[in-house]
Design a protein around this ligand. Structure first.
Ligand code: GMT
Length: 374
């Protein structure tokens, strides 16, 4: 198949899923064309069958805001015409479902089919905003196929937007050969020179991720267990998380590493992964941690329970239960046998249910169904 993929190229779960999917589809012999304003992260290595088409964002003095969405729609139509795309697969409803619809209309008869994958905040935050509610609903209803990354997100979309058309749940996935303990950064001592335990948080530091809770949980863990905390990513709450760590006297125990591309190297050395989000439609970072055999301690919110099996591959507690999350992390870190059991179960669950082979096959079958009008 000739597949056009559009996503946000910046660091974020939806961009990661789109890039990984494109690479996997290309390995299976499909031609994949990414259309975006910047090369999506995780697509930095050349791969046969993957092409990147950058949109031209003309800056003209009349435009206070260059019309990105129109430029994207025009580029999607151009790429579709030149490369004979069978379908557009867009990730994140706003604006990509709309630019997909516009591109289809520009192409006239028999345009590529449009599949929209809903990732989370496009429904739970942006879509709920009055400005975007109607247009998000329109984008979903006019797509030829719609997928959601969890049962939770499917239900929320149907309920909030009164959508009756079928939404296919296709979960996120992980390449378990890339995400494993073997791939961990060799020099663990660089982070934990005295053999401390390593706690890890990876996110875009938006308020929904509650990064301040991460620091507070760690502060409690540290009272019982010698440990360090690695905070990976960039975003609006990074500065306040860093200030809190300083205020709590943890500056030498918490390392803010900023944006990292080879995330598997860090995930592979962690002992516990912390994800205390307000809401998480899926929690790709938790899945990647599980694939590396890292137990997850997080919140019992949204679709996270579909990924992390409470008590088997980690612990999920109510949002904001800092004491509870810290207690569970301490329990895991102090009992090596318990850690081993959770770690093995985490890796096993990631491989059995969320391996790339299995999930990418589901996408292929879904593409075929939509292409045949089913
Ligand atoms: O919040 C993020 O991490 C970014 C956001 C995105 O769309 O880029 O992530 C959402 O999509 C991810 C991939 O499907 C999911 O794993 C995340 O759970 C989801 N984030 C939220 O629901 C907050």
């Amino acid at each position: 198949m000739n597949i056009g993929i559009t996503c946000y190229p910046t660091v974020g779960g939806s961009g990661a899923v789109a890039a990984e999917l494109g690479k996997q589809l290309a390995r299976r012999g499909h031609s994949v064309h990414f259309v975006s304003y910047r090369l999506p992260f995780r697509l930095d290595e050349f791969q046969e069958n993957v092409r990147y088409h950058e949109i031209d964002l003309t800056t003209y003095s009349l435009f206070e805001y260059p019309p990105h969405d129109l430029a994207l729609a025009a580029k999607m139509a151009e790429v579709a015409r030149e490369t004979r795309l069978d379908l557009f697969h867009v990730h994140y409803a706003i604006p990509h479902a709309i630019t997909g619809i516009l591109a289809q209309q520009m192409l006239g008869a028999n345009p590529p089919k449009l599949i929209t994958t809903l990732h989370g905040t496009d429904i739970t935050l942006v879509g709920q905003d009055r400005t975007f509610f109607e247009i998000t609903k329109f984008g979903i209803e006019r797509s030829d196929g719609v997928t959601a990354v969890s049962e939770f997100l499917k239900k929320m979309t149907a309920d909030e937007f009164q959508i009756t058309k079928p939404i296919q749940v296709i979960s996120n996935f992980v390449d378990i050969s890339a995400f494993s303990r073997m791939r961990g950064y060799r020099d663990r001592a660089a982070f934990a020179p005295r053999g401390e335990k390593i706690l890890l948080h990876v996110s875009n530091f938006r308020p929904v991720k509650r990064p301040l809770d991460v620091v507070r949980i760690f502060e409690r863990v540290l009272r019982e267990v010698p440990a360090v905390l690695l905070m990976v990513g960039e975003g609006p709450e990074r500065a306040s998380a860093q200030a809190l760590a300083r205020r709590l006297g943890l500056a030498d125990r918490v390392r803010f590493l900023g944006r990292q591309d080879r995330i598997e190297e860090l995930t592979g050395i962690a002992d516990v992964f912390l994800l205390p989000s307000e809401l998480e439609s899926f929690g790709l970072s938790a899945l990647e941690a599980m694939a590396c055999g890292v137990p997850v301690v997080g919140s019992d919110a949204g679709g996270l329970p579909e990924v992390v099996k409470h008590t088997e591959t980690g612990f999920l507690l109510p949002v904001g239960d800092i004491e509870g999350m810290a207690a569970r992390a301490i329990e895991i870190l102090e009992d090596q046998q318990h850690w081993q059991a959770l770690s093995a179960a985490a890796r096993g669950r990631a491989a059995a249910l969320f391996g790339a082979e299995r999930v990418v096959g589901e996408y292929e079958r879904y593409y075929e169904r939509v292409l045949s009008g089913g």
